[in-house]
Every structure is written in C-alpha cells, then in structure tokens.
Write a protein that binds this ligand. Sequence first.
Ligand code: AVJ
Ligand code: FE
Length: 437
Amino acid sequence: MTDNDALRERIAGELSAARDRTTYLTTVVDEADLVRQHSPLMSPLVWDLAHVANQEELWLLREVGGLTPIHPEIDPLYDAFEHPRSKRPTLPLLAPGEARGYGHDVRGRVMDLLEKTRFDGTRLTDGGFAFGMIAQHEQQHDETMLATHQLRVGPPVLSAPPPPAPSDAVTLPAEVFVPGGPFTMGTSTEPWALDNERPAHVVDVPPFYLDTTPVTNAAYAAFIADGGYDDPRWWTADGWAHRQRAGLEAPLFWRWEGEWVRVSFGVALPIIPNEPVLHVSWYEADAYARWAGRRLPTEAEWEKAARHDPVSGRSRRYPWGDFEPTPEVANLGQRHLRPALAGSYPLGAAPSGARQLIGDVWEWTSSDFLPYPGFTAWPYKEYSEVFFGPEYKVLRGGAFGVSPVACRGTFRNWDYPIRRQIFAGFRTARSASLETA
Ligand code: AVJ
Ligand code: FE
C-alpha cells in the first residue's frame, strides 16, 4: 500500500465516523425536534445537518474538485455569518429528509473525488488538509449538536456507559510543578492543524504550579457554600455585573433540591463529588480561582504542561506522547456522556504528572484569543481571524464529546466569557516565582 492509499483510507474512515455520529445525533429525535429551536443559543439540529454538507461541498467538491455548485441558492442559508443562530429557525431551511439527501449526495461525490486526489498538488490537498478540515468541521458541529441535546427538554434519548473508574486517584498530589524555561508552542508540522494553531514558536514560561486534575463538583460546591456567588471580591467587575444581571447561583443545569442535582441529557441525578465541574462560564471559573487563592492558567502554561517533555526538550503532540488518543488515555469521542472522575487516565498523564489535560472537559484559560506571531489566515478568514480579540477567551484540551480528529495538544477553542452551554470546566494555577521573590 502506498502512502497515498493509507492517507485515503484514513480520510475515508474519519469522514464516515463523523457522518455516523451526525446520523446518530439526528435520528434519535423526531422531525419536530430536528426543526425546533431548543435554545436561542443554538441552531435547530436540521441547520447543522445541512451546514456540514454545504461546507463539504464548498471546500471539497468546489474548491478541491473544481465541480459546479449543486444548489448555489442555498449557500446563504447555511453561511454562519449571514444569520445569527437565534434567527435560523425562521429561514426556509431544507427539511430533514432533504438535508439528509443533500449530505448523502455530496458525500458520494466526495468519495469519488477522494479516489482521484493526489495529496501533493496544492496547499489545500497537501497531506489531505482540506479533507481533514472537513472531517474536523463535521465533528465540531456534532459537538455543537450534543450541546443542543443537553439543552433539549424532554425524555432522555442519548445513553452511554459511564467512564471507567480511576485506579489511583486518591494518592495524587493536588498540584504539579512545571519548571520555568522556553518551550515550543503551536505547530508548523501537524498536517491537519488549523490556522490558529500555527506557526510553532518558542515561548518562555516562568515556573508555575498547576492543579493535577480539573476542579471537581465537590470543590466547586464548597465555593458556592462559602458564599462565592455573593462576594464581589472574587469576581472581576465585568464578571460581577454579569453574575448580577444573569442571576447566576450555580453551574448551568444544577438545581438545589436539599442537595445539588445536575441534569445531564435529560437525566437528573445528585452531582458526583469527584467528577470535574461542567457548564461554568469563564467568569465563574475565574471567580472560583480567586476564591481558592489561585488563578486560571495562561494558554501558554496550559500547553507547556500538556506538551513539553523536559527530557528531550521537545513538544509532544499529546500529553502522553505522539500516538493518537486511545480509550486508555483520554475520554474523547462521545464514548461516554460525562467527564471521568478526577484522577482518571493515569496512562494519559503528562510528564509533569498532570492528568486529563486532553478529554473530559474543555478548560478555560486566562488568555484572550489572539493570533500567534507569524499567523496567516488559511484557508478562510472566518474560521479564526474574524474572532481574534479580547472579547473571546481560549479553552484547551477538549471534552468527552470532542472527536480525537478535532483534538490535539495544540488545538485552540474560544468562546465568550459568559458562555456555559459548552462542555467547559477548568483547573487552576499559581506562579512559583512569587515564593522566591
Ligand atoms: C472552534 C468551536 C468556536 O463552532 O463556532 C464550526 C468551530 N467553525 N464551524 C464554532 C466552527 C465553523 C467553532 N469553534
Ligand atoms: Fe461550521
């Protein structure tokens, strides 16, 4: 088998895995649930269904294949910049059956194109980039659809086994030490890395301590019980104003019933104390950290803890090394519908000893979403560039519903600091240099 055949097989596998997941998420509910808006924060599921097909047609059939558009008149309906999510239910969208048919038609032609494509002709096809980008794009929308499912009200339709219990979590130290010094952040070599992860560049990071695991429900409940939501000392001015305006009192989907109960995909159960906290905004994570006498890690600190190998001096693709995620090292891919208990996945630990940096929950960092030095938008400005600026905060690491194809040690996610329908938690840090000062 040639390298090209192996790449073709990998691409076909990733595209079909994404489509299987899309199909699952859009067939467990009925047509009324596909066209309904479950939250003004989200598109109707049927919009995502046709949008992934439309992007696949745009980038693979039209750009790579040079084919004529199938239905150019629908392009504006599925352009995320033309209509905000809250307005999408009012558009003349393709009906569920039409959206499925369109996706099937596009995919059939993409498989023909894949047979003919050589992976060294143009920058778009080099290393299979455009195909990898489209597999990641569909998986990102699958994660968005999973968030829509979490917001949906009604009898549960999704189920999955719980994550495996950790073997040695009780003996873990609360924090790990990351020595100061330079490390390589970002990548110039990962073939399917997106533009905002590029280029690789050296960053000098002062020594710091980082929580070994994400902050747990029990720790977060202690912040609530201590009056954390009523004490402006812990909040930034913007965070406090938002806490007041939005009436925040606990993570999204938590309810007080004499004990804290969390609704997860339609199932209400008492919170699991040692599970990482989920569905908190950046403002809440930041306030918790200040209450705990700590702070959120910067994006560079997070990536150094996750990728830097002090023995070789190089940055790894993942905390555990360079091999692709497996079920033994990380909770990814929607195999489970919740994060694993804090301290799980010892085989996925970073050299520093930090665990669960990849998988389980997205982790808020203190950093604004900004370009790396030498950034160039590729292949379109609307993926990253139009979002750069202080209004977005960076999240790292991926959650249980993130596909391995859309998750790397370099992968950057971003959202507004008020958002909490995303699968976000956090861990805290403190500077080590202060101790010697
Ligand atoms: C990277 C998750 C912020 O959903 O807005 C999907 C991914 N970009 N379609 C988003 C994305 C275009 C993006 N995030
Ligand atoms: Fe999209």
